[in-house]
Design a protein around this ligand. Structure first.
Ligand SMILES: C[S@@+](CC[C@H](N)C(=O)[O-])C[C@H]1O[C@@H](n2cnc3c(N)ncnc32)[C@H](O)[C@@H]1O
Length: 332
C-alpha cells in the first residue's frame, strides 16, 4: 500500500487511531508493516504490500480461498484431461474451457498466455450486447472521473476488471480492495504483469466494516461488486459513513417479470441489489441520494459450460435467456 492511505485509515473494529510500525518499504510503498489500534489493541499487518484489515468476527464466504488450487489438483489427478485442456490449440476448445485454461495458466504464472486465452473466451461466453453494455458502463465512469483528483477506491475488486481500466486511463492513484487476500495476491501479480502495479494499492477488508475514517473516501467505485456482498443494508450504511464524495457503481438489473431468473436469484439470497426498485430503495434507506445514468439494455444468456471439466460453469446467473438493464448508479 502507498503512504497516502495512512491518514485515511482507522481501526475497522472500534474506529480507534492506528499506530504504524513500518518494517519494509519498496519503491515509494509500504511492503511490510503493522498497524496497531491504540483503542482496542487489534493488530493489522501489511504483508507482500497488501494491507489486511479483516476483523475476526465477520463470517466470510471467501470463494477464492475455497476454490484455490482445485482445478490444478483435478488436472493432476486426470492427466488425459489436462492434455486435452492445455496441449491443444486454443481455438479447438469450447469458450468455457478457454477460460479455465486461462485460470490454470494464471496459477502457473504464465500471464501472457492467460491473457490470450481469456481474451478469446469472452466473446464465446457473453453476448455482444452484454460485453458492449459492460464496456460502456466502465467507460462512463472513466469519463466522469477525468475531472476529479485524489485516490479512487474500488470495492470488491475481484479480478480487477475496473481497476485495470481506471489505472490505464486515469492519472490518479487507484486502490483495489476485496475481502479475499488471495484475490489481491493474484491481482498484484496480474497488475505487475500489466505494468500497472505502481499506481495501485491493495487493501483487504470486508466492505460491511471498512477501515476508513468517517468521510475519508472522496471517490468510491465498484464493478458488479455489490450483489455478492451479504447484508446489503449494513453494507450501504457503512459506505455512507465513509464516502464524502460520490459512489459510482456499475450495475445490472433483472426485469421484475423475469420469473425464472428471479426465482434462482432469490434462492441464492442475492435479490435486493439485482433488481432496480429494491436497489434504489436500499440506497435511499441508507441515506444516499441516488440516480441511474447511462442506462442501456442488452440480451444476456447463461454462460456456456465446460465440455472437458464435467460441465463446470462460469457465472451462476442468468440461468435463462434474459434482457438486462445496465447502468451506473451514482450515489451521493
Ligand atoms: C464478482 S466480483 C466483482 C467483479 C470485480 N469487481 C471486477 O471488476 O472484476 C465480487 C468480489 O466481491 C468479493 N466480496 C464478496 N463479499 C465481500 C465483502 N463482504 N467485502 C469485500 N469483498 C467481498 C469477492 O471476494 C469477489 O472477489
Amino acid at each position: 500500500m502507498h503512504d497516502y492511505l495512512i491518514e485515511m485509515l482507522e481501526c475497522p473494529a472500534c474506529h480507534g487511531k492506528l499506530a504504524w510500525t513500518i518494517s519494509e518499504r519498496r519503491g515509494g510503498r509500504i511492503e511490510s508493516a503493522e498497524a496497531r489500534c491504540v483503542g482496542c489493541a487489534a493488530s493489522y499487518p501489511v504483508r507482500e504490500g497488501i494491507a489486511l484489515f479483516l476483523t475476526p468476527d465477520l463470517p466470510r464466504n471467501d470463494l477464492w480461498e475455497q476454490t484455490a488450487g482445485r482445478l490444478s489438483r483435478y488436472l493432476g489427478e486426470h492427466p488425459e484431461i489436462e492434455r486435452q485442456l492445455m496441449d491443444v490449440p486454443l481455438d479447438a476448445l469450447a469458450p468455457a474451457d478457454q477460460f479455465f485454461r486461462a485460470l490454470v495458466l494464471e496459477e502457473r504464472g504464465n500471464y501472457a498466455e492467460a491473457q490470450a486465452a481469456a481474451g478469446l473466451a469472452y466473446p464465446g461466453l457473453y453476448t455482444p450486447q452484454y460485453l458492449a453494455c459492460h464496456e460502456s458502463q466502465m467507460a462512463c465512469i472513466v469519463e466522469q472521473l477525468r475531472a476529479s483528483d485524489g485516490p479512487v477506491i474500488d470495492l470488491a475488486s475481484g479480478r480487477c476488471s475496473l481497476v485495470e481500466v481506471l489505472a490505464r486511463r486515469l492519472g490518479q492513484p487507484v486502490v483495489a480492495t476485496d475481502f479475499s487476500p488471495r484475490a489481491l495476491r493474484r491481482d498484484r501479480q496480474w497488475l505487475e504483469f500489466l505494468g500497472l502495479y505502481d499506481r495501485v494499492s491493495l487493501l483487504s477488508f470486508d466492505a460491511r466494516r471498512t477501515p476508513f475514517r468517517d468521510g475519508a473516501v472522496k471517490t468510491l467505485t465498484t464493478n458488479l461488486g455489490l450483489p455478492n456482498i451479504a447484508e446489503p443494508g449494513n453494507l450501504l450504511r457503512e459506505l455512507r459513513r465513509v464516502v464524502s464524495g460520490t459512489f459510482w457503481a456499475v450495475s445490472h438489473f433483472y426485469a421484475e417479470g423475469d420469473e425464472v431468473n428471479a426465482t434462482a436469484i432469490h434462492e441464492a439470497g442475492l435479490a435486493p441489489l439485482l433488481f432496480r426498485r429494491s436497489a434504489l430503495e436500499l440506497f435511499a434507506a441508507a441515506g444516499w441520494q441516488v440516480e441511474v445514468v447511462n442506462s442501456q439494455k442488452g440480451r444476456a444468456l447463461p454462460t456456456p459450460r465446460s465440455e472437458l471439466l464435467g460441465g463446470a460453469g462460469i457465472d451462476g446467473f442468468p440461468v435463462a435467456e434474459t434482457v438486462l438493464e445496465w447502468c451506473v448508479l451514482v450515489a451521493r
